[in-house]
Design a protein around this ligand. Structure first.
Ligand code: HAM
Length: 411
């Protein structure tokens, strides 16, 4: 039997219902924050991610699904949503002043060739938010608040917000020099030995080596006066709305575009649920337009795992208003008319298409959690009635065709 590719998942039964319930909750929240949806293609040119995410990042250097199309164009299944969103706002010239701030969100599948494990797949679904225009601690606060509102609303209360502020400009050069000095005497893994030269910040993020960096020099001490003020204001704004973030000098993020605050939210087991931050240079880098930006991305599957661990179910259980059983050929044929009439009235109804015996049709209606069973045979057809059995009160009655909707709605 052909099996699904490694690192992919079939969303079925309860899982797919939880998935869409989660999407609906997030959509409602993001709407109340006044964000608009954007849908970008699933594949983009390889160049976009090389320039956007950074050639030295793990994502671009070893995790992308890149292929040539029939005209030998180098294309990539998107590994993330920020670079495509930036490409789209540039290409569609969405950045004109009267559109700002541009507050956008997206849902979509992303692809990364990673070692699959719980919460880490090769195809996964992300919800992301990107805001273009303002560079203020208030909008940064809104972004963090939006992500924590999602967690609180679905009932994930135990989480930690890790927050840091990346050093920029002249100060960054000094910090990197000092960081390299700090790292020199350390015994590093093979990847990090290379990273020390190519991308030393990423060494701090290494799963293998990071334990030995507790005394690492603090980026905060290198920030310009202006950046320090901005960061303190952000922390203050968050406190004012009851959000306590843990300042984490080790937090650097795995994508190269960040230029200001960065954050991740981890659940009580330390698994990262979401991450994001400010990236003020990316739009300029990709399209020569000066446009500050910030955002975050959540792995939907990670939220589903966190919900399942807490035994929180957010989807509504399966239920029907009525399940119809036809006892004769003629009654079965009549079912299409009856189903259409009931569905047009907004009722959720289904029919025993498998021609089960009466006993198993009743069992099936229980499985489907149907509030009523409608039985129809030749005698009922002749009298223009059906038999409705209320599964809650166990009451059974004959109802005229034109009174069926009322009888079911009146329950
Ligand atoms: P990221 O940290 O690479 O950031 O991914 C964001 C979230 O996507 C992660 O926290 C995680 O929940 C989920 N995720 C990432 N990789 C996987 C995977 N292999 N399997 C399952 N879930 C995964 C970004 O992608 C940035 N674009 C976020 C951002 C938006 N920053 C600014 N704007």
């Amino acid at each position: 039997m052909i099996q699904k590719p490694r690192g992919t998942e079939d969303l079925i039964d309860l899982k797919v219902r939880e998935y869409f319930a989660l999407e609906m909750i997030i959509r409602n929240i993001v709407d109340s924050f006044n964000y608009n949806e954007i849908k970008t293609p699933i594949f983009e040119s390889l160049e976009l991610f090389k320039r956007g995410v950074g050639e030295e990042t793990d994502i671009v250097s070893k995790e992308m699904y890149t292929f040539l199309d029939r005209k030998n164009r180098e294309l990539t299944l998107r590994p993330e949503g920020t670079a495509p969103t930036v490409r789209a706002i540039l290409e569609n010239k969405m950045y004109i002043n009267e559109n700002l701030p541009l507050k956008l969100f997206y849902f979509g599948s992303m692809f990364r060739y990673e070692r699959p494990q719980a919460g880490r797949n090769r195809q996964f679904n992300q919800f992301g938010v990107e805001v273009f225009g303002p560079k203020t601690s208030e909008i940064d606060c809104e972004i963090i608040c939006l992500s924590s509102t999602i967690l609180n609303t679905i009932g994930i209360d135990e989480y930690t917000i890790h927050l840091n502020y990346l050093v920029n400009g002249e100060q960054r050069i000094t910090y990197i020099k000092d960081l390299k000095e700090y790292l020199k005497p350390k015994t590093l893994c093979d990847d990090c030995k290379k990273r020390v030269e190519s991308n030393p910040l990423r060494v701090l993020d290494c799963k293998i080596d990071s334990k030995q960096f507790v005394d690492v020099i603090d980026m905060k001490d290198y920030l310009s006066q202006e950046d320090k003020k901005y960061f303190n204001q952000l922390v203050e704004n968050l406190k004012n709305i009851g959000i306590n973030a843990k300042i984490d000098k080790m937090l650097v993020r795995g994508l190269d575009y960040y230029t200001g605050f960065v954050y991740e939210i981890k659940d009580k087991n330390g698994s990262t649920l979401l991450g994001g931050g400010r990236y003020d240079e990316l739009v300029n880098q990709l399209g020569n337009v000066d446009l500050p930006a910030a955002g975050f991305g959540i792995g939907i599957e990670r939220l589903l795992i966190a919900l399942a661990e807490e035994e929180i179910f957010i989807s509504t259980p399966i239920s029907l208003d009525a399940y119809i059983i036809g006892l004769s050929e003629k009654a079965k044929q009549f079912s299409n008319i009856l189903l259409l009439m009931l569905r047009k009235s907004g009722l959720k109804v289904d029919f025993d298409y498998m021609n089960r015996s009466m006993k198993s049709a009743f069992k099936q209606s229980e499985k489907l959690n149907s509030k009523n069973i409608i039985i129809i045979g030749d005698n009922e057809l002749k009298e223009n009635v059906v038999v409705i059995k209320n599964q809650i009160t166990k009451e059974e009655k004959k109802v005229a065709f034109d009174k069926i909707v009322d009888a079911i709605m009146g329950e």
